[in-house]
Design a binder for this molecule. Structure first.
Ligand SMILES: Nc1nc2c(ncn2[C@@H]2O[C@H](COP(=O)(O)OP(=O)(O)OP(=O)(O)O)[C@@H](O)[C@H]2O)c(=O)[nH]1
Ligand SMILES: [Mg+2]
Length: 430
């Protein structure tokens, strides 16, 4: 097995943060490091009024860190915040080591995980944008393990060279953004096509590792029309398992079909450039009719995670979309509240608990008021029956002399669309 690189993680507990918040954040940094194939061998924290502007931690602590590094034979240190160019330079000159900050760590994970061209482009844009104001500071530090991009960028010495680098990077960012625009256009066309079909969309959102992709796969399993396992998405117990947006059609027996979107999870202090770069992927979320906010209820900090997710959604411009909270992983809990809260379901995607209630709520939210309609479709128009099946639940079906008789449960919108063939409309179903 490949030996993991050993690192020390360092954080500042500022006066404005609670101790438990700091511990949570350091714990998450450790997980992020592990997701990047790094092994944390020591953790160092310092309580400060605020982060030290020149060296992040105080000079005494920095010396303590130097000793610890020698003791542990470590050459890389990860800091729990985004560092400025001068902080990186100053720390480097004292420690003579590779300095990684929280942002570059997250960027690295994204770089390793990115599979599609779109995700790769988005990560690369964010990396260069992070680099730009830090050109002077970045000498030996930074960069992912292997592969192109930031780590392998040829940084020369001297101000003149730096200026060249800057221009080079700026034009690189421009060209990458143009490439991305082309891909996004394609995505837009696909979305437009789907919108025309009138099928409603639901997006899974939530903190990383909450269980979004697993939920998507459960829905695919429940869909009896779905025989291709290739439609399944990647689920894994690690941070940022998903970076790409996947859209799948879910048609459950006795329910209206809908499109389900699985997408990237969020994390506290997700780098701003990354959020910006991923905006186009997250367009799918912005245009959804309904959001399912998947929460890892077994995580002691689930409330903070909900807050981070809602905050990030706001940052990408999501507003006024109805949201259902799906408290997941209840199999790991001893107790689950028995009182019903509005738009909240308790589920276990592992044990397949609560998925029926979730489906019912989705249906109510998406298709609301329902009516039962009788249609008579002339035989020469039979093609529209297939189309109708997408948008209505067919209750009865009979071949008559002058056409096909269909009794269907549907929305008023669908009734209006096929009103030419409407014979009768009856009771409302709640
Ligand atoms: N015990 C338990 N584990 C679950 C449940 N749902 C998901 N998991 C596990 O949680 C881990 C993360 O699941 P994913 O579905 O990949 O999480 P995600 O929200 O898609 O994560 P990202 O793609 O990183 O944003 C996996 O190991 C799942 O097996 C559940 O109901 N109970
Ligand atoms: Mg996922």
């Amino acid at each position: 097995m490949q030996e993991l690189e050993q690192v020390i993680i360092v954080g500042v507990e500022e006066a404005s943060t609670e101790q438990y918040q700091h511990e949570r954040s350091m714990n998450e940094l450790k997980q992020l490091a592990e997701a990047c194939q790094l092994q944390v061998v020591a953790v160092l924290s310092q309580k400060l009024e605020q982060i030290h502007p020149t060296t992040y931690i105080g000079s005494g602590k920095l010396n303590e860190l130097k000793v610890l590094m020698e003791e542990k034979n470590v050459e890389t240190v990860i800091f729990n915040d985004e560092l400025s160019s001068s902080q990186i330079r100053n720390i480097e000159s004292v420690l003579s080591c590779r300095v990684i900050d929280r942002t570059i760590l997250i960027l690295d994970i994204f770089a390793i995980r990115a599979k599609t061209k779109e995700a790769k482009l988005q990560v690369e844009i964010a990396e260069w944008q992070y680099m730009l104001p830090r050109l002077i500071g970045l000498r030996k530090s930074l960069g992912r393990q292997g592969g192109g991009g930031v780590g392998t960028f040829n940084r020369g010495a001297g101000e003149k060279k730096l200026e060249l680098d800057r221009r080079h990077i700026e034009s690189k960012i421009n060209s990458l953004q143009n490439d991305l625009k082309q891909l996004v256009k394609h995505r837009k066309v696909q979305r437009g096509r789907r919108n025309k079909q009138g099928i409603r969309t639901v997006a899974l959102v939530g903190y990383t590792n909450a269980g979004k992709s697993t939920l998507m796969n459960r829905f695919l399993e429940m869909d009896t029309n779905q025989t291709q396992t290739s439609k399944y998405v990647y689920e894994e117990n690690m941070l940022f398992a998903t970076l790409e947006t996947s859209v799948r059609k879910i048609a459950l027996p006795e329910f209206f079909p809908f499109l389900l979107t699985d997408t990237v999870g969020f994390v506290e202090r997700l780098p701003h450039h990354l959020v910006k770069a991923f905006r186009s992927t997250l367009e799918e979320v912005k245009e959804a009719d309904l959001l399912i906010h998947v929460v890892d209820y077994s995580n002691p900090f689930f409330e903070e995670q909900i807050e981070v997710t809602n905050h990030t959604l706001k940052e990408i411009g999501v507003k006024d979309i109805p949201m259902i909270y799906a408290y997941n992983k209840i199999d790991l809990m001893n107790e689950v509240p028995d009182y019903g809260r509005e738009n909240t379901v308790y589920i276990s995607t592992k044990n397949k608990k609560g998925l029926d209630s979730l489906t019912t709520i989705i249906q109510e939210q998406l298709y609301g008021e329902q009516i039962v309609c009788d249609f008579l479709i002339p035989y020469e128009k039979s093609a529209i029956i297939d189309e109708m099946k997408e948008h209505a639940l067919i209750k009865k079906w009979e071949y008559l002399e002058n056409g096909t008789f269909l009794q269907a449960q549907c929305s008023r919108h669908v009734k209006d669309k096929y009103s030419d063939w409407l014979q009768n409309e009856s009771m409302e179903i709640q």
